[in-house]
Ligand binder design. Structure first.
Ligand code: HC0
Ligand code: SF4
Length: 570
């Protein structure tokens, strides 16, 4: 330990602690803007400056360590003035039209300027203009970029992709797509982690809320909405509704108030995915020689984009099952249109997803199995649906709870945990065991694949068949796993991959909580919902069994192949 004094109070700090950490441990909060623990500790914004007695320098607290005898002032007049000037300089290069910004009300720069009482902009520079494809699901607004480097570092150090880099020099310095590429020509997986780690509104998703409002307002259109597993664990966060109150049934009430005709649950098609993908996996296990293992899950479109651009030779090892989002769209516009007795063209299929890549997945030319345009028409992120709820002035926290509609609103606990890293694997193993042993396992028998570790592995015995599985989340971890498999250092039969750390709970379309990585808490919520579910096995979902009985016949049938599977190479 080292002895330091912070704002006149002597205290002992950890040897290796930064000034920021030592102050935080003593209950003294130093403001930060560019800082991301362990990822971006470069002191770029200089908002965390502090004064050291005996020196005439101000130093950044995030990347300078405490030393024996240090006397630190975090709020002296010099510190306040420097902090204020630094923020004024950042604002001089920032488009301050806060009223029209996606992050208004949830922006670190906006609140920092307000906290410092900055009411005028003493310095102004011309803002850069750079063209951007506004149809692309991920949008960069250069005039809002504060060059904090968080997106560069998250993309490089966590996701291992290096999509962003510094461009230009001097006052024209900005962050742009690396190697002078356009975003649509880059390898961007569309995980959206750069968005959720941006402190301001320089990165956001394409806004599709107006299209959804237009569909809701059209009396000829039948709006069918599906809610993804991970949305239920996070939708209340940016509406200020506590976790206890923000149940999925209250979200159903809000969607019904907004005018959606039929409100369904992606956990239904998650269960359907297990039936298809589980059957496919057991088939591949039997024919190991013809089909190289491991088989990879295919439900995360960020991961599928990654594999196609980084390891195209392995695309054949993806399960051919479509993601639950796309299975839902195909079933809604075929089976469900028949149940309603309407032409599928009248259905507008809307998804509420924690994800940016899902916007792109829905637009793939292969995702039109029902034969009337895209199976999923509009994909909204959790943030977008929250904005729509606010726009409608719906006080969602005060609504009663309502049920999903039938039959596509029925899902099992196994479907709910899809939203957490390891959940797809666990759900698949529960049903694969049933399919091989003819009886259910303990629903918690495969709990070893739970948890926030970025790379987990486990061995199980599936009724006499030994099985080695792995679960990864985050694309940096994914690259390490694939290289280990290719080098022969690891061998698996089945691998679940989710592009976002923690799985979809930590998805790029989820509410942004500055300074927090909330995927772990959200995942606990999902596992709690699984524990309290009446049905915990996908193969016991009665609505799924009915679709097979009345329409699809059985897993991997001809019709199931037409509607629920795809060739990822196309
Ligand atoms: Fe996910 Fe999904 S679990 S990818 O993370 O498989 O987005 O929540 O909707 O499709 O179900 C996202 C979440 C989904 C799909 C499901 C899968
Ligand atoms: Fe989307 Fe989930 Fe994949 Fe992230 S992990 S890219 S949220 S599907």
């Amino acid at each position: 330990m080292v002895n330091v004094t912070i704002n006149g109070t002597p205290l002992a700090a950890r040897d290796e602690a930064t000034i920021l950490e030592a102050a935080a441990a003593a209950g003294v909060s130093i403001p930060t803007l560019c800082y991301l623990k362990g990822i971006n500790e470069i002191g770029a914004c200089r908002v965390c400056v502090v004064e050291l007695e005996g020196t005439d320098r101000l130093v950044t607290a995030c990347n300078n360590r405490v030393k024996e005898g240090m006397v630190i002032r975090t709020n002296s007049p010099r510190v306040r003035e420097a902090r204020r000037t630094n923020v004024e300089l950042i604002l001089s290069q920032h488009d301050c039209y806060c009223a029209t910004c996606a992050r208004s009300g949830n922006c670190s720069l906006q609140s920092m300027a307000n906290d410092l009482g900055i009411l005028d902009l003493p310095y102004r520079r011309e803002l850069p203009y750079s063209p951007w494809n506004r149809e692309f699901p991920l949008i960069r607004d250069f005039s809002k970029c504060i060059k904090c480097m968080r997106c560069v570092q998250v993309c490089d150090r966590i996701q291992g992709m290096g999509i962003w880099d510094v461009a230009n020099t001097g006052s024209r310095t900005t962050v742009d797509v690396s190697l002078n590429r356009k975003i649509e020509d880059s390898d961007c997986a569309l995980c959206g982690q750069c968005i959720t780690h941006c402190p301001v509104g320089a990165l956001r998703e394409r806004d599709d809320t107006e299209r959804a409002f237009a569909a809701l307002a059209d009396p000829q259109t039948v709006t069918v909405v599906q809610v993804a597993p991970a949305v239920r664990a996070a939708w209340g966060e940016s509406l200020g509704i506590g976790r206890e109150q923000a149940t999925v049934k209250r979200l159903v009430s809000a969607l019904r108030k907004m005018g959606f005709d039929y409100i369904f649950d992606t956990t239904f098609s998650a269960d359907l995915t297990i039936m298809e993908e589980g059957s496919e996996f057991l088939g591949r296990l039997k024919t190991r020689g013809d089909n190289p293992l491991p088989m990879f899950t295919s439900c995360c479109p960020g991961w599928v984009r990654f594999l196609k651009s980084q390891y195209p030779d392995l695309v054949g090892q993806l399960s051919t099952a479509k993601s639950p989002q796309q299975m839902f769209g195909a079933v809604a516009k075929s089976y469900y249109a028949k149940l309603l007795g309407i032409e599928p063209e009248r259905i507008c299929c809307v998804s509420v997803m924690p994800c940016i890549a899902k916007k792109h997945e829905a637009e793939l030319p292969t995702m039109n199995s029902a034969g009337c345009g895209h199976d999923v028409d509009i994909v909204l992120t959790t943030r977008e649906i929250d904005r729509m709820i606010r726009a409608e002035h719906i006080r969602a926290g005060e609504l009663g709870e309502e049920e999903f509609d039938a039959p596509l609103g029925e899902g099992s606990g196994a479907g709910v945990i899809f939203g957490a890293t390891g959940g797809v694997m666990e759900a698949a193993l529960r049903s694969a065991y049933y399919l091989t042993a003819g009886k259910n396992p303990d629903p918690d028998a495969f709990r070893r694949v739970r948890g926030m570790d970025g790379w987990k592995e486990a061995a199980f015995d599936l009724n006499g068949t030994p099985l080695k599985v792995a679960v990864v989340s985050g694309l940096g971890n994914t690259r390490r796993l694939i290289e280990a498999v290719q080098n022969g250092k690891a061998r698996y039969d089945f691998v679940e991959v989710m592009a976002c750390p923690g799985g979809c709970s930590g998805g790029g379309g989820q509410p942004i909580l500055e300074g927090e990585e909330p995927a772990g808490v959200r995942n606990e919520n999902l596992y709690g919902l699984d524990q309290s579910s009446k049905i915990r096995f996908s193969h016991e979902n009665s609505a799924v069994l009915r679709v097979y009985r009345d329409y699809l016949e059985k897993p991997l049938s001809h019709r199931a192949h037409e509607l629920l599977h795809t060739d990822h190479r196309l």
